[in-house]
Design a protein around this ligand. Structure first.
Ligand code: GDP
Ligand code: MG
Length: 198
């Protein structure tokens, strides 16, 4: 089905985090339902589009992958420009990738241009429980301190992958409070229109 543009609000989301934590894998699992253990590491995807419906609101997501910009300060300010939501990804089996999240959050704070952008911290690779180096409680503590949502995921099994986007988009919709204008329509109007079969 081709989505009706008039009924669609659009959000720009970014995936950031160290190389090898699973950013591209999360993106591909979410948008295409695929997981590839072998060769995707080297592939850089600019962005992918996915439509989801939350609270009766059809949402167009432009999800950007940050291949090649994974070292601090090599990521350009432009990448953060206009982002509505940022997904900070670490690998639960690599303590350092978790420690680095604090730096990524700092960098986003410097560079993001939208005032009320939403953040979620994602601990990926829960299927590798036996290699875990970061406890869930550490994630909860950091997320609470930085006022972020959080979730643990596995791009391999698909565990909580959809939830990343549901949590982030629900947060965005909530904070827009029905007052945000999308293509000239308020979200409340869009909900109303939707009831009329739009
Ligand atoms: P990126 O550099 O952050 O984009 O990471 P990739 O998506 O390229 O993933 C890096 C490596 O980790 C690849 O070999 C993936 O197959 C693997 N990987 C990604 N997510 C998971 C996961 O949830 N579980 C496991 N076991 N491996 C994963
Ligand atoms: Mg990648």
């Amino acid at each position: 089905m081709i989505p009706d543009e008039k009924c669609t609000t659009e959000y720009k989301l970014l995936l950031v985090g160290e190389t090898h934590v699973g950013k591209t894998s999360i993106l591909l699992k979410f948008t295409e339902g695929k997981f590839d253990e072998t060769h995707i590491t080297a592939i850089g995807i600019d962005y992918k589009i996915k439509y989801i419906t939350i609270d009766d609101i059809k949402v167009k997501l432009l999800i950007w992958d940050s291949a090649g910009q994974e070292r601090f300060h090599s990521i350009t300010q432009n990448y953060f420009k206009g982002a509505h939501g940022i997904i900070f990804v670490y690998d639960i089996t690599k303590k350092e990738s978790f420690e680095n999240i604090k730096e990524w959050i700092k960098q986003a704070e410097h560079s993001a241009t939208k005032k009320n952008y939403k953040k979620i911290i994602v601990g990926n690779k829960t299927d590798c429980e036996e290699l875990r180096e970061v406890e869930l409680q550490q994630l909860v503590n950091l997320a609470t301190k930085k006022k972020c949502s959080y979730v643990e995921t596995s791009a391999k099994t698909g565990h909580n992958i959809v939830e990343i986007f549901n949590l982030l988009v629900s947060d965005l919709i909530k904070s827009s409070n029905g007052n945000m204008s999308v293509n000239g329509l308020k979200l409340d109007d869009i909900k109303e229109k939707k009831k009329c079969g739009c």
